[in-house]
Write a protein that binds this ligand. Structure first.
Ligand code: IMP
Ligand code: MG
Length: 181
């Protein structure tokens, strides 16, 4: 059994502030063609980030594209199965495109590395990665996200799109999930 922490690890206000500054950091250095988001975990982050990015892009904003893929490596547990499954990538024209790959969290790094490899194989001109959360301590493969919202400790977190067995996703804050007896 698991239960939520008593207070959020990151409040909705803090998320809002950081997403806005993160969007600025991205726009300042990366004029990408397409934002590619990994469902389902990144859905809420992607909606907020893409809106802030558009605000920061000004006249370039109407020409930027967005697309979604479904990436999964987790079953109904807090441990990654280590096997990455990706759906919907073949429908997205990536040849010669500069891609901003957005995911909710980099944990072992398997998902981000796997996605980056696939995007390169699909002919992308450049791939840079953005995650809301980074758990550096858990890294098992060598990949560094180019843009990171928050560095967090080795704890399982839920909310703001992140789930445990498909629950907790719709919460506006990020919470820690603790083992309860
Ligand atoms: P990785 O491949 O091990 O880096 O795991 C990345 C994926 O696992 C993310 O896209 C999430 O869907 C999921 N994940 C990793 N850590 C957490 C967590 O603390 N809470 C919820 N989902 C997580
Ligand atoms: Mg995910």
């Amino acid at each position: 059994m698991y239960r939520m922490s008593e207070k959020p690890l990151i409040t909705a206000d803090k998320i809002r502030e950081r997403v806005a500054t993160l969007a600025r950091e991205i726009v300042d250095v990366y004029d990408y063609d397409i934002l590619l988001s990994a469902l389902t975990g990144a859905y809420m982050f992607t909606a907020d980030l893409s809106r802030e990015i558009a605000n920061a892009q000004g006249a370039k904003a109407p020409h930027k594209r967005i697309a979604f893929i479904k990436a999964s490596s987790y079953g109904d547990s807090t441990e990654s199965s280590g096997k990455l499954q990706v759906q919907g990538l073949e429908r997205i024209p990536l040849q010669g495109k500069k891609v901003l790959m957005v995911d909710d969290i980099a944990d072992t790094g398997t998902t981000l590395l796997g996605l980056t490899d696939m995007l390169n194989e699909a002919g992308s001109k450049e791939v840079r990665t953005c995650v809301l959360l980074n758990k550096q301590e858990r890294r098992e493969v060598e990949i560094k996200a180019d843009f990171v919202g928050f560095e967090i400790a080795n704890e399982f977190v839920v909310g703001y799109g992140l789930d445990y067995a498909n629950e907790y996703r719709t919460l506006p804050e990020i919470w820690t999930l603790q083992e309860a007896d």
